[in-house]
Design a protein around this ligand. Structure first.
Ligand code: GTP
Length: 594
């Protein structure tokens, strides 16, 4: 029997996963208190600020129990957000067990449910832990009840406080006693699962693997079975806060591989590495090509920043293989890029990294999903609303759907049902976890949740509801393209695709909003919304003669100059469209459609 335990921690956001990981590292002596920075596993600055874990990582802990038996405990850290579900599933596939953390003050939430389902599908042994019992508002009994009812997890939970270090020894003992030891299949050809990768500017792509059979060592010629790429292994080793080279990684172990890999696209999460000369007949199952689900246009605020944006996207893509982008031109916004993301959080992260790490100012158009349309017996994919066809050219149109899981207190049920109905959701399940908490399952068009759904859910439930989703098959939809014309010309960046029944209210919302945001000009500016060449809403911005100097009586020339400068600056930030100046807030208005 092997002495290796491969496990992960699953939890809803903020239930204490990173804090618990820190305590485990400390308890096993992997890192001393002195070296400990808070939440060591979340090492990107952005991750720390947002308090979420973006990329899966792994750390090896060497541990000797009280009888002197030595163990290797591999803790595999999984990303905590719905956009990264596939990565989570591949990380789970590298494990035999999962510590399920539930916050004693919050109980079971949507991601607790979703992650427990994933762990169960991966056939992991689940070790439930009720965390934060140090807090006065902790209610371990209620958390336990919800765990039994909602998650159908029967095992006795360990009561813990990751913050105060309570229950940590019990957790480690339980991992050793209950997580099945990693199987050792030394004789078979190499079969290793790729479950993470990252880009190192000196060594190229570094691949994180779990070896299921055989061994991998320096000098070996290996093949990535899905991407069909071959490399010679330069180095293998394991990660114990930093990379530590070893002679080989053998069956049961988790570690890293360096092989002078320049192109991250050859490395696909879920792929199997095998020996080129002696390939395995058992590649790992469950590989999926991940394609972006959400698209948006990214435009530099100043034309001169176009090249900078292009370089920055190229650099980001080196470390983020799920990001796609290609050049696009917008009549309103000029030259930019259409980018594909895994979800709206992924979009936010990319935007922030572009601004923070590359110092760029960018404008992001409203995100949209990919539609599949049948037109003249041909199927076309539409990733940009501006390219959506007119209704007369469409025979059928499919839109992507998700199955959403919402966990909420009964008190807010009414407003949440209302929200889901407004977002065209179809209820699939309503189940009480106890008298206070309800689980809802809905089928909802993806387009209805990528803009503002999460915020609306939070405000409908005073922050108490939680939410997660998985992608399901697309469904036929009755959709139309709604265009906005300013001064009689279509502004492509405002085009939205919407359900027929919602077109009218969105048309009113947008035209009114734009009327308020766009400044008055020396001429009248009509703002119109049209669907299939028919105007369905109109607002007008009346004429004004703007005299900024009117306030400056007397001859204070410096003051006058200042005002003129200020006005010029205001102008520079505007987008000139035809003869009309459109301020950047106008483009954000489209993001706020409810
Ligand atoms: P994500 O990385 O966002 O998924 O969050 P997480 O699950 O890793 O949670 P994290 O460890 O960042 O903890 C969230 C907050 O809860 C932090 O402010 C922690 O200090 C706090 N926290 C974690 N465990 C405990 C605990 O046992 N007791 C108390 N009082 N606070 C805790």
């Amino acid at each position: 029997m092997s002495n290796i335990r491969n496990f992960c921690i699953i939890a809803h956001i903020d239930h204490g996963k990173s804090t618990l990981a820190d305590r485990l590292l400390e308890y096993t002596g992997t890192i001393s208190r002195r070296e400990m920075k808070d939440q060591i596993l979340d090492d990107m600055e952005l991750e720390r600020e947002r308090g979420i874990t973006i990329k899966a990582k792994v750390v090896r802990m060497d541990y000797t129990d009280k009888n002197g038996v030595k163990y290797i405990l591999n803790l595999i850290d999984t990303p905590g957000h719905v956009d990264f579900t596939y990565e989570v599933s591949r990380s789970l596939a590298a494990c035999e067990g999962a510590i399920l953390v539930i916050d004693a003050t919050q109980g079971v939430e949507a991601q607790t449910l979703a992650n427990t389902m994933l762990a169960r599908n991966a056939k992991l042994k689940i070790i439930p832990v009720i965390n934060k019992i140090d807090l006065p508002t902790a209610d371990a009994n209620s958390a336990y009840e919800q765990m039994k009812e909602g998650l159908e997890v029967d095992a006795d939970p360990i009561l813990a406080s990751a913050k105060e270090g309570l229950g940590i020894r019990e957790i480690v003992d339980s991992v050793i006693a209950n997580v099945p030891p990693a199987k050792v299949v030394k004789e078979d050809p190499l079969s290793a699962l790729v479950f993470d990768s990252f880009y190192d500017s000196y060594r190229g792509v570094i691949v994180i693997i779990r070896v299921f059979a055989g061994k991998i060592r320096k000098g070996m010629k290996v093949k990535f079975m899905v991407s069909d790429a071959e490399y010679e292994v330069l180095e293998v080793g394991y990660i114990k806060m930093k990379m530590i080279e070893s002679d080989e990684l053998s069956s049961g172990e988790v570690g890293y591989v360096v092989a002078r890999i320049k192109d991250i696209h050859n490395i696909k999460i879920g792929d199997t590495i095998t020996e080129s000369e002696n390939p395995t007949r058992h590649p790992h199952k469950g590989y999926k090509e991940i394609n972006p689900f959400v698209f948006a246009g990214l435009y530099p605020n100043m034309t001169s920043e176009y090249d900078g944006l292009k370089t920055a996207l190229g650099k980001l893509k080196l470390s983020d293989s799920s990001l796609v982008y290609f050049p696009e031109t917008s009549v309103a916004l000029g030259f930019g890029f259409r980018c594909g993301f895994l979800g709206s959080l992924h979009l936010e992260i990319v935007k922030e990294r572009l601004e923070r790490e590359f110092g760029l100012n960018i404008l992001v158009t409203a995100p949209n999903v990919i539609y599949k349309a049948k037109s003249k017996d041909k199927f076309v994919k539409i990733d940009n609303p501006a390219k959506f066809l007119n209704s007369s050219d469409i025979e059928e149109i499919w839109e992507p759907y998700v199955e959403a899981t919402i966990v909420c207190p009964v008190d807010y049920l009414g407003s949440i049902l209302d929200l889901c109905r407004k977002r065209r959701g179809k209820q699939m399940l309503m189940k009480y976890m106890n008298t206070k908490i309800v689980i809802l399952k809905y089928h909802i068009p993806l387009a209805e949740i990528i803009i503002g759904f999460y915020d609306a859910l939070k405000s409908a439930s005073k922050g108490y509801a939680s939410f997660d989703y998985v992608h399901i098959n697309p469904q036929l939809g009755d959709l139309v393209k709604l265009e906005i014309m300013i001064n009689a010309e279509v502004v492509d960046a405002f085009t939205v695709i919407t359900h027929k029944d919602k077109a009218q209210s969105i048309a009113h919302y947008l035209t009114e909003k734009l009327r308020d945001i766009i400044p008055r000009h020396m001429f009248e500016v009509p703002i119109q919304a049209k669907v299939n060449n028919k105007i369905i809403a109109r607002e007008t911005i009346s004429v004004v003669r703007k005299d900024v100097l009117a306030k400056c009586y007397g001859g204070d020339i410096t003051r006058k100059r200042k005002l003129l400068e200020k006005q010029k600056e205001g102008k520079r930030k505007m987008r000139r469209f035809g003869k009309v100046d459109i301020p950047p807030e106008a483009f954000i208005a489209v993001l706020k459609i409810d």
